[in-house]
Design a protein around this ligand. Structure first.
Ligand SMILES: [Zn+2]
Length: 133
């Protein structure tokens, strides 16, 4: 009996609502989901070894997505929790806005800063952003 193995089976895990933003593609005000893709080595069609993992932010409406750098994985998990607090009303809008800006400057240190929300008064958060990084 031949041993059947393969690569490329991909599973998707949705970590839930991660961050409020205006989607750059469909321009809806959405809460981007924190999604993790895992590509598996399979044996007899059963996923055995994950060999590639990728995290993304995804628009629930149009499926636009952008990669989350590995360095921002922990920050993204934290942002999930922060957004849950904000959604349940235990966090003020201004506190949430600060967290959102801090998160974007962290995620976007690859130079692709996304204009995620209408700019407001708290612009000082930009000081960690380095477009040449
Ligand atoms: Zn969208």
């Amino acid at each position: 009996m031949p041993i059947l193995f393969g690569w490329g089976k991909t599973t998707v895990r949705d970590h839930g609502e991660c961050i409020a933003a205006t989607c750059p593609r469909c321009h809806n005000s959405v809460i981007l989901h924190h999604v993790q893709l895992t590509v598996w080595f399979t044996l007899f069609f059963i996923p055995v070894i994950p060999y590639k993992r990728k995290r993304m932010l995804m628009c629930d409406i149009c499926r636009w997505s952008r990669d989350i750098p590995a360095s921002a994985a922990v920050a993204s998990d934290e942002m999930n929790a922060i957004t849950a607090n904000w959604r349940s009303g235990t966090m003020t809008e201004s506190d949430y806005a600060q967290s959102v800006d801090a998160y974007w400057s962290f995620v976007s240190n690859d130079g692709q800063r996304t204009q995620s929300r209408p700019s407001e008064s708290d612009v000082e958060q930009n000081e960690t952003f380095n477009p040449d990084a």
